[in-house]
Design a protein around this ligand. Structure first.
Ligand code: XMP
Length: 489
């Protein structure tokens, strides 16, 4: 919706209807979600919303909820659809009006609507969803089983635009400048004249968060860069260099690799790794903050997808992103998260508007827990060394091929418990495989594996095997998200 330049807010479904309507929404969208309408305690909404004279669009679970609450039927048909799906239109429709008869959409559902409520028409279907879209024009209630909000739904944005402009009568007047002004005002209101520290990772999120806070409070900001020992080849030096060139605030560089690696010895379980890393981060920050007078606030570049996937609201915990779910309860900071309601594409646009350099704004995302979630199994210095070298080759070749910017993320993964047999020279080898992962995505909520050219894959594979001691095989991961996630852990 914001891409269509329409202001939108995300509110919990439990917000009393009167409060929701007091915001005078021109339309209400019910999001998707992982539950089934049939389970006890399934997320629901006050049915009075259907009589509020406000247009409604339900997406995925939201569409099923509409069908169920208004007297239709939702069943577990056993024919769930996950990922790319063919959608066929089945009649005239307001929200699908600009779409062709057939197209590709992104689905992620187990249950399906089997009977529509009275007054509704079926406007599209797919192999696993007899009702892939439904609408009741008179009441202005619409539902789509597919996800119009993800980039892999070819014409998804057109569906949202039709709802916003043709059904809700919205006008496209919301811009990034509004977002910046609002964020700056909110930061000032939250922190007053207190000291604030900001963890920089070198990625776009923390850089934009820092730039926003800097704009809001100037010199009251101190930036801290923690070298966890889980960074990529040359990354610490690069971050320091870029930072010094770009920002004019104090940067404290903490070299804490030994501490992180000691805390992670023999830890294999992914969630435990994240918790340990999150906790260690906070303790390091607390120590730094003790030396800075009145630093009671910590800036985090948390984005909305991090919150969604860490189980905010009704959402299932997919993984604890260390800057959200992995933080200890007893920390001495209040968090400042100026990006917590926005998505990566908006962060990049804001970064550009704030004048950050291209190598920061267009850097591929890198997870807070770093290489720890790309070594499957325990973290050791040897494994880090192998992964770093392999990862460096992947990124270097992707850059050389001119694909760095269009690919969302490209990296190597080391499944350290596996050994494979190979032959090099005339001898048998028994070494590590490395997995190459490259995905396209718009916001990390969904992703597809990148169709890298074969000759590029070949160059990456042969360079890794020739140049990285301890690796004798390279595999390419062709899993989309869902059902996979982008990272392996
Ligand atoms: P997944 O693997 O969940 O990743 O599909 C979605 C995006 O988030 C990044 N990621 C993280 N970022 N802390 C972060 O700051 C984390 O714990 C974390 N885990 C995953 C991942 O690289 C991808 O861009």
């Amino acid at each position: 919706m914001r891409e269509a330049r329409v202001y939108s807010e995300i509110v919990p479904r439990t917000m009393p209807l009167a409060e929701m309507l007091a915001k005078r929404p021109k339309g209400i969208i019910f999001s998707g979600g992982p539950a089934s309408v049939h389970v006890d305690g399934a997320p629901s909404i006050d049915p009075a919303v259907y009589d509020a004279d406000t247009p409604i669009l339900g997406i995925c679970y939201g569409a099923q909820l509409i069908a169920q609450q208004l007297g239709g039927e939702v069943r577990e048909t056993g024919g769930g659809e996950y990922g790319r799906t063919q959608l066929s239109r089945t009649g005239s429709s307001v929200v699908l009006s600009s779409l062709p008869e057939e197209q590709q959409v992104w689905m992620s559902h187990g249950d399906a609507i089997t009977t529509v409520p009275e007054g509704f028409m079926i406007t599209a279907s797919s192999p696993g969803a007899p009702v892939a879209a439904l609408e009741d024009r008179d009441r202005a209630i619409y539902g789509v089983q597919f996800h119009p909000e993800v980039v892999h739904t070819e014409r998804g944005q057109d569906v949202l635009r039709a709802f916003l402009f043709d059904v809700c009568d919205c006008r496209p007047t919301w811009t990034n400048t509004n977002i910046i002004e609002e964020a700056v005002a909110e930061i000032r209101a939250q922190v007053g004249t207190a000291g604030v520290i900001c963890g920089l990772s070198g990625g776009v999120d923390s850089a934009v968060a820092a730039a926003l806070v800097h704009r809001a409070i100037g010199d009251h900001l101190t930036c801290v860069f923690v070298d966890t020992g889980l960074l990529r080849l040359g990354e610490a030096e690069q971050v320091e260099e870029t930072f010094n060139r770009q920002f004019h605030v104090e940067l404290i560089h903490v070299k804490a690799a030994d501490r992180f690696l000691a805390a992670l010895v023999d830890v294999e379980e992914p969630e435990t790794k994240r918790k340990i890393i999150g906790e260690t981060f906070i303790r390091v920050f607390e120590e730094v903050a003790r030396d800075i007078s009145s630093a009671g606030f910590l800036v985090q570049g948390t984005l909305y997808p991090d919150i969604v996937e860490s189980g905010g609201g009704d959402n299932a915990v997919i993984k604890s992103h260390h800057n959200v779910g992995g933080l200890p309860d007893d920390m001495d900071f209040e968090l400042v998260e100026p990006l917590r309601n926005i998505f990566k594409d908006e962060v990049r646009a804001i970064g550009e508007e704030l004048g950050l350099p291209e190598d920061i704004v267009w850097r591929q995302p890198f997870p807070g827990p770093g290489l720890a979630v790309r070594i499957i199994g325990a973290i050791t210095p040897d494994r880090l060394e192998i992964l770093r070298a392999a990862d460096h080759i992947v990124v270097e070749e992707i850059r050389r091929a001119g694909l760095y910017r269009e690919i969302w993320q490209s990296f190597a993964v080391l499944p350290s418990a596996v050994r494979t047999v190979g032959v090099m020279g005339d001898g048998r080898t028994y070494e590590n495989p490395v997995i190459v992962r490259a995905v396209t995505s718009e916001d990390a909520m969904t992703a597809d594996w990148a169709r890298l050219p074969y000759d590029l894959l070949e160059r990456i594979a042969s360079r890794i095997i020739n140049e990285v001691a301890g690796v004798n095989r390279v595999a390419y991961d062709i899993t989309s998200k869902p059902p996979g996630t982008i990272e392996w852990e």
